[in-house]
Write a protein that binds this ligand. Sequence first.
Ligand code: ADP
Length: 346
Amino acid sequence: MFTKARVKLTAYYLAITMTICLIFSYVIYHGFVTEFRRGLRIQERIHSQIITQVPSDDIDPFGIVNLPPSLNPGLEDQIFSQTQHRVVIDLIIINLSVVLLSGVGGFFLAGKTLKPIEDVLNDHRRFTADASHELRTPLTAIKTEVEVALRDKELTLMEAKKLLKSNLEEVNKMQSLSNYLLDLNRYQNNQIKIKLNEVNWKVIVDKAVEKVTPMAKNRGITLTTRLTDLAVKGNEMALTQLVIILLDNAIKYSPLKGKIALNLRKQGRKAILEVEDHGIGIKSTEIPYIFNRFYRADSSRSKEQVDGYGLGLSIAKSIVELHNGTISVESHFGQGSKFQVSLSLL
Ligand code: ADP
């Protein structure tokens, strides 16, 4: 599809260049002919004046006037047609070179122009395929369970309740996926403007900690915080979600009864937030990809109990970018990870 568009765009570039070239060629050719004829007319006038004043020495014994070659009218015509021919050939060569150069250049430029569009489209296709795949898994599970249950003529109430419970789990998964997708759209869509106000970063982090505390308690995880009061320009809802994503991951990828530390401090003109866990860690080869949409490290996929879609960190990254900040990670496989968010202080 893009090759066709590239060829089409090249043809447009070529058509524009050729039109300009042909106009220039016509103007040059027309100017040359007019100027040459004018020159000839002037020469003819001089020539006729000279003839009336030719001294008798320049007339040979047969009565023929000896004129310099440039004033010979037959020779002028010959020179005119030769020069005209040369100008036409030169213009054809120039035009052909321009066609060739603008064809090659146009093809190259068309490729460069279309590349970002092609990348966005490919990214969009990949995203749609990944999202559909993630939605299909719970849907298939629900469909299979319901079909099997319907075929079972002796289905008991207990079994029906178990089935409904399992279906509800799958529906919850789909709901959480659709929420993730909506969040991604909200933070990655340039058309939607997120309002940024002066906010207290510490208060936001505290709120996020409060929200994940039950989940941490469930796994016997201790959360320790060292937070400084710092004002940043941000969106309260988005920043709360950012901290929840980082804490949620820290809890998910930590062993039972693990320890997580949260640290918010001032460093120069920056507010630095660190979320440190002693969980499974991330392989150095996987670190460059964890902020990509739908990316899940092998170690987290293999652990069946760790739910996720690989969307949390890409949402986190989009939120940080909306705040003109940076997010980075330091991790040692099997030992733990430390995520760091840096935002400008007000
Ligand atoms: P997920 O829903 O899979 O957690 P994320 O986008 O939040 O998706 O994270 C992407 C991947 O990065 C995870 O699948 C996991 O492999 C890795 N990861 C993120 N946070 C941590 C962490 N604190 N410890 C270990 N691995 C992590």
